[in-house]
Design a protein around this ligand. Structure first.
Ligand code: G
Ligand code: G
Ligand code: MN
Ligand code: NA
Length: 252
């Protein structure tokens, strides 16, 4: 069974679901948002990671329908969350740069928000740094249009891709989400510390909030707090979980 063929039927066979990982304000230790992450449990093949199937979905054009499914599903689950009496908090979804760059993206987003009970002020789009987002003025214009809906934008996997500091100041993003690879060896290597510290300062100098992902240890938390990183996310706090499992969740 080829992944590509299995992917064609994944939506209608109801093989997708979403899990959510909490985001924490490091200063107040409050649960302030969550990131939706797609999971695929294929009938014959079992769990396949998005790192494996998202690139195939992009190559085969399946990413558009999948991306719309993620938005619909996440918005519906967020409404249930609020109706169950939970405080409304920011819901982040990952958007493939390919999906974002399509002409249909904004009209789709608008109509999916309108058809749901989602408050756009609680929507956050995580867009991976990529050459098109950084360099094409059309894309920068589109980021502005997107923000007019009230939604927030974070630059995902920051530091790994095509960062051009010159263009960063032109991007209407709210949050820099630093790639978790920058935490590797933080405790053992002064150069790693210097790089991460500079990235946090860069974000703050551009009036952005900074989120560190992949936080796994209390040592990392303490270091990030001392360096005035704003938000954190990672296994130290919680693995991604079903939204229903997060109804009573709070950070340790
Ligand atoms: O959840 P996990 O850490 O396995 O995710 C692996 C990669 O897949 C990450 O880069 C993540 O951003 C991406 N990913 C997870 N869910 C989605 C999704 O719903 N849409 C897109 N475009 N990417 C996703
Ligand atoms: O690229 P993106 O940031 O969307 O990727 C999110 C991915 O990172 C998810 O697949 C999630 O499971 C994974 N992840 C989240 N927290 C941690 C962590 O603390 N450590 C590691 N190794 N992976 C994490
Ligand atoms: Mn992400
Ligand atoms: Na990331």
């Amino acid at each position: 069974l080829k992944l590509e063929d299995a992917l064609i039927h994944a939506i209608e066979n109801e093989e997708f679901h979403l899990v959510y990982q909490p985001k924490i304000n490091i200063k107040t230790n409050k649960f302030i948002g969550m990131e939706a992450l797609l999971r695929w449990n294929q009938k014959e093949l079992g769990f396949i990671s998005p790192g494996e199937f998202i690139p195939i979905a992009e190559e085969t054009g399946k990413i558009y329908r999948i991306g719309d499914w993620v938005m619909r599903k996440a918005f519906a689950e967020w409404s249930n969350w609020v109706e169950a009496g939970n405080k409304p908090i920011c819901l982040a979804i990952n958007i493939s740069p390919l999906q974002f760059s399509r002409d249909e993206f904004l009209p789709n987003l608008k109509s999916i928000i309108e058809a749901s009970k989602m408050d756009p002020n609680f929507v956050e789009l995580e867009i991976t740094e990529s050459s098109s987002i950084n360099y094409e003025s059309k894309m920068i214009e589109k980021l502005y249009e997107t923000k007019k809906l009230g939604v927030h934008i974070s630059l995902d996997d920051f530091g790994t891709g095509y960062s051009s500091f010159g263009h960063l100041k032109e991007l209407p993003v709210d949050v820099l989400k630093i790639d978790r690879s920058f935490l590797n060896g933080l405790q053992s290597n002064k150069n790693n510390e210097a790089i991460l510290r500079s990235m946090i300062q860069l974000g703050h100098n551009l009036n952005l909030k900074v989120l560190m992902e992949g936080v796994e240890t209390i040592e990392d938390v303490k270091w990030l707090e001392a360096e005035t990183c704003d938000y954190v996310q990672g296994f130290y706090y919680s693995r991604p979980k079903l939204l229903s499992e997060l109804y009573d969740w709070s950070p340790k």
